[in-house]
Write a new protein. Structure first.
Length: 360
């Protein structure tokens, strides 16, 4: 098959990781793949022999002229290469896919990676294609209940992970390279710095945690709109030498390796790919009891599930700090559990959707 994957951007993030893994697997199997987008990870795609079409789609408005400029630029690729199917991965790219698919009379599908804000435009003009891949049951429910997508067009495919890539034995890192000490108890979070991701809760819990664990350090990995606010919170709570903002990383494996506990405290979540990464890297997990996170963690067997409040977070972290045996048990169960989220299974299921769309 000849497949065009559309992405708003190719910067660090869950959607880009998904597109890279999917494209890599398809290329290995002999399919021709193009990825349209721009960003810091373009070279990562090219290393895997994936052709990148440099199209600027990092926009939010559905009436932005850049959408139609992108359609115009992509037409020459269609005329020359004649792709069989288009796979969009965001709201904006699904609009681009819609017009290209209509013009060239080919099918297109979309993957819905998260929970959308309900807007009239999304309801009136869903632009979801022949089929919609939902990355979780929570996402599928919203597509049906809030956006009115027919259930028969929605296909549930969980995100996958390359377990070999995250093999802890292959990763070389030490705490000194991140300005941390070997005897620190490292509490980590990897997410966009956004209100919904719960980093404020982690910072607010730190004064209490430090009373029981004086050597505790909190590392926040990622960028986002809440960064200035969170930095101010750190100053207000006199935590400047206890909380570290490390920015974004192309390769998060070295930072995961140094963590003693990984906290994922979203108030709602489409899936939670970084949970799989922490499970694969054998880091004990504390996560919010929301959305699909309980399913990923097998309802508490692969990680501690908590309510999003400082008292629950404090208790869970101190419990793991004091109970090494419990940490080991969670790690081992999580490592077996993450094998259920194979990226090869994800690719096989996605190819089946492509075939269904082509037949339709």
């Amino acid at each position: 098959m000849k497949i065009l994957l559309l992405c708003n951007h190719l910067n660090i993030g869950g959607i880009t990781s998904y597109v890279l893994l999917l494209a890599k697997g398809l290329v290995i199997e002999g399919h021709k793949v193009w990825v349209a987008g721009k960003g810091a990870l373009v070279d990562e795609f090219r290393k895997e022999n994936i052709e990148v079409i440099p199209i600027e789609l990092k926009i939010k408005s559905e009436i932005n002229p850049a959408i139609f400029l992108s359609i115009y630029k992509l037409r020459k690729y269609f005329l020359k290469e004649k792709p069989d199917i288009i796979h969009a991965n965001t709201r904006i790219t699904s609009i681009v896919a819609y017009f290209l698919a209509k013009s060239f009379k080919i099918p297109y599908i979309t993957t819905c990676h998260g929970l959308y804000k309900i807007r009239l435009a999304r309801i009136l003009f869903p632009f979801t294609g022949d089929f919609v891949i939902a990355v979780s049951k929570e996402v599928a429910r919203q597509l049906i209940n809030d956006l009115g997508i027919e259930p028969q067009r929605i296909k549930l495919i969980y995100n996958g992970i390359d377990l070999d890539y995250f093999s802890i034995d292959k990763i070389h890192s030490n705490r000194k390279q991140f300005g941390l000490k070997e005897d620190d108890f490292i509490i980590g979070n990897i997410s966009r710095l956004e209100k919904m991701k719960g980093q404020d809760l982690l910072i607010s819990a730190m004064p209490g945690i430090l009373k029981d664990i004086p050597q505790a350090k909190l590392v926040l990995v990622g960028e986002g709109r809440m960064k200035a606010y969170l930095e101010q919170r750190v100053k207000e709570l006199f935590l400047k030498d206890k909380v570290f903002f490390l920015g974004s990383f192309k390769d998060i494996r070295p930072i995961l390796k140094i963590m003693d506990v990984f906290c994922f405290l979203s108030f709602y979540e489409g899936f939670g790919l970084c949970l799989l990464e922490a499970m694969a890297m054998k880091v004990p997990i504390i996560a919010s009891n929301v959305s699909e996170l309980p399913y990923i963690l097998d309802y508490g067997k692969a990680g501690i599930l908590i309510q999003n409040d400082t008292e629950s977070l404090f208790s869970a972290i101190v419990d793991l700090y004091r109970n090494l045996e419990k940490r080991k048990e969670l790690i081992e169960y999580a490592y077996q559990r993450v094998k259920d989220f194979s990226y090869t299974k994800m690719i096989e299921q996605t190819k089946e959707i492509y075939k269904m769309a082509l037949k339709k």
